[in-house]
Design a protein around this ligand. Structure first.
Ligand code: ASP
Ligand code: MG
Length: 451
C-alpha cells in the first residue's frame, strides 16, 4: 500500500478535488490510504472565528461560520450526484450545527482553551475528508472514510499533541489493516487525533505531513506521497535563480539542512518516522501530477549525487562577534558564551571560532540588547546586521576535494566577500555568511557554476 497525503491547496475547490481523485484512481491498485488536510485556509478561518467570538463579536462570527458552510456546500454540490445530495448535505448541516454549538459555548463562557480550539479546528479536516470521500465514491472507487481519531492516539498536549506511536501501531492494525486487506481505499484526516480519554487533539499546524508519515510507517507503506502545490524541492529558490531545477532525489539529512532556509516544502522532522523505517517519501505537485517530484530517502546512491544538491540562502541575519584574550588557552569560555544564548532561549545558527574570537549568527534581534550586555562581561562584542547566510548542501561534496576552493574562487571572481565560513563535520553542507546586498548575486553565480 501507499500513503497519499493531500495538502490544503490540493483540496481547495471542486477542480482540485477532481484532480486528486484522478491521481488516486491512477494508483488505485497500490491501495492508497488517503490523508487529507482541511481545504486551503479553513484551519486559519476556524481559529480566527474562535477568536472573534471570544472577543464578543458574535454576529461577525456567525457570518464567518455561514461563509464556511456555503464554501463546503458549494464544493460538495459540484461533486455529488443528485441522489446523494440530500444525505450528504444533511451531514454538512449537522457538522455545522455542532460547530455552531461549540462556538456559542465559547461565546457564553468567554473562554477558549486549547482543548476546545482543537475540537473546533478538527472540523476543517473532517469536512474536507467527508467531501473527498463522497466525491471519490461517486466515481466508483471502493472508498471508506475512517475517522483518524480512532487511530492517531496522542497525549493531551492540546494544539501540539505528541502522537503515541506504540498505541497508534496497535490501532492501525485494528482499524486500517483489515480495510487495506480488503482492497479498500481509505480516506482519513491529517492533523487530528484523540487523547486516551477520547477528547480531540491536533498535532501542530501543518501536521498532516506528520500524520501521513506516521500512518505510512506503522503500516509499512511502500511509499509516502506528499501532494502539494509545488513541483518538489528545488536546486535553489526559483525567485532568485530563474533556472533552478527540481531535485530528483535528496537525502533526509540534506532536506533537514535546507528546511531552515525556508526551502520548506515540508518540514523534514515531520517525515522522520518514515525515514527511520526506510520508507521513501515523495513530494509531488497535485496541479502537475505528471512530474515525478522529489524523492526523499535515507541514503542516495553515488549516481544520484551531483556536485551539490541545493543552494539556499537567508537574509536578515545578524552576526555577533565576541573577542576575548581570556579565551586563549582557557577552558569553559564557549560554555559560558552559549549559556547566555541558552538562557535567553535564543537559537544560534552558524558558529565559527578562532583562538580568541567567536562569531555566531542569529536570525532576529529579539532579546539581542540583553544578550549583548551579558556578552560584554566576557569579551568585546561587535554586532553586524544586514548579513545573509548561504548554505550549499550536498552529500556529493563529501570526500570531494576542491569543492570549497571552487566555491571560494567563484565568489572571489565576482568580487563577493565571504565573512564567515562553517563546514559541518558531516561534510554535507558548507555555510557562508556574506553581505545582504550581494547574497542573491552570490547564489546565482554559485548555482551557475555548480549545476
Ligand atoms: N489543516 C492544518 C493546518 O493548516 C494541517 C495541515 O494542513 O497540515 O495547519
Ligand atoms: Mg495546511
Amino acid at each position: 500500500m501507499v500513503v497519499m497525503k493531500f495538502g490544503g491547496t490540493s483540496v481547495e475547490d471542486p477542480a482540485a478535488m477532481l484532480r486528486v481523485i484522478g491521481i488516486v484512481k491512477q494508483q488505485a491498485e497500490r491501495i492508497p490510504l488517503v490523508v487529507t488536510s482541511a481545504c486551503a485556509g479553513v484551519t486559519n478561518e476556524l481559529i480566527h472565528l474562535s477568536n472573534t467570538v471570544l472577543a464578543g463579536h458574535e454576529m461577525q462570527a456567525i457570518e464567518m461560520l455561514d461563509k464556511l458552510r456555503y464554501r463546503h456546500l458549494g464544493i460538495l454540490g459540484e461533486l455529488v450526484s443528485k441522489e446523494n445530495r440530500p444525505k450528504s448535505y444533511k451531514f454538512i448541516d449537522e457538522i455545522f450545527q455542532d460547530l455552531g454549538n461549540l462556538i456559542k459555548g465559547v461565546y457564553l463562557l468567554g473562554e477558549l482553551t486549547n482543548r476546545s480550539l482543537d475540537t473546533i479546528v478538527s472540523y476543517g479536516e473532517r469536512l474536507s475528508s467527508f467531501i473527498l470521500s463522497i466525491a471519490m465514491e461517486e466515481t466508483g472507487l471502493p472508498v471508506v472514510l475512517v475517522d483518524a481519531r480512532r487511530v492517531m492516539i496522542t497525549d493531551k498536549n492540546y494544539s501540539a499533541a505528541q502522537p503515541l506511536l506504540a498505541q497508534i501501531e496497535v490501532r492501525a492494525t485494528e482499524v486500517f489493516q483489515p480495510l487495506i486487506d480488503e482492497g479498500k481505499i481509505i480516506v482519513t484526516q491529517g492533523f487530528i487525533g484523540s487523547a486516551e480519554d477520547g477528547s480531540t487533539t491536533t498535532i501542530g499546524r501543518g501536521g498532516s505531513d506528520f500524520s501521513a508519515a506516521i500512518f505510512g510507517s506503522v503500516l509499512g507503506a511502500k511509499e509516502i506521497q506528499i501532494w502539494t502545490d509545488v513541483d518538489g524541492m528545488m536546486t535553489s529558490d526559483p525567485r532568485i535563480v530563474l533556472d533552478a531545477k527540481r531535485i530528483d532525489v535528496i537525502t533526509f539529512d540534506e532536506a533537514s539542512e535546507l528546511a531552515y532556509f525556508g526551502a520548506k516544502v515540508l518540514h523534514p522532522n515531520t517525515i522522520l518516522p518514515a525515514v527511520k523505517r526506510n520508507i521513501p517519501v515523495r513530494v509531488l505537485n497535485s496541479k502537475r501530477p505528471e512530474l515525478e517530484g522529489t524523492l526523499i530517502v535515507e541514503q542516495t546512491t553515488a549516481a544520484d549525487q551531483g556536485n551539490v544538491t541545493s543552494i539556499a540562502s537567508k537574509k536578515g541575519i545578524i552576526v555577533i562577534n565576541v573577542t576575548s584574550s581570556r579565551m586563549l588557552l582557557a577552558h569553559g569560555f564557549l560554555s559560558k558564551l552559549f549559556t547566555i544564548f541558552a538562557e535567553h532561549q535564543k537559537s544560534v545558527d552558524v558558529v565559527s571560532t578562532s583562538e580568541v574570537s567567536v562569531s555566531l549568527t542569529v536570525d532576529n534581534d529579539s532579546g539581542l540588547a540583553e544578550i549583548q550586555k551579558e556578552l560584554e562581561e566576557i569579551g568585546e562584542v561587535r554586532i553586524e546586521k544586514t548579513k545573509a547566510i548561504i548554505c550549499i548542501v550536498g552529500v556529493g561534496m563529501k570526500h570531494k576535494p576542491g569543492m570549497a576552493a571552487r566555491i571560494f574562487n567563484t565568489l572571489a571572481s565576482f568580487g563577493i566577500n565571504i565573512e564567515m565560513i562553517s563546514e559541518g563535520a558531516s561534510e554535507i553542507n558548507l555555510t557562508l555568511v556574506v553581505d545582504d546586498q550581494v547574497v542573491d548575486e552570490a547564489v546565482r553565480v554559485l548555482h551557475k557554476d555548480l549545476f
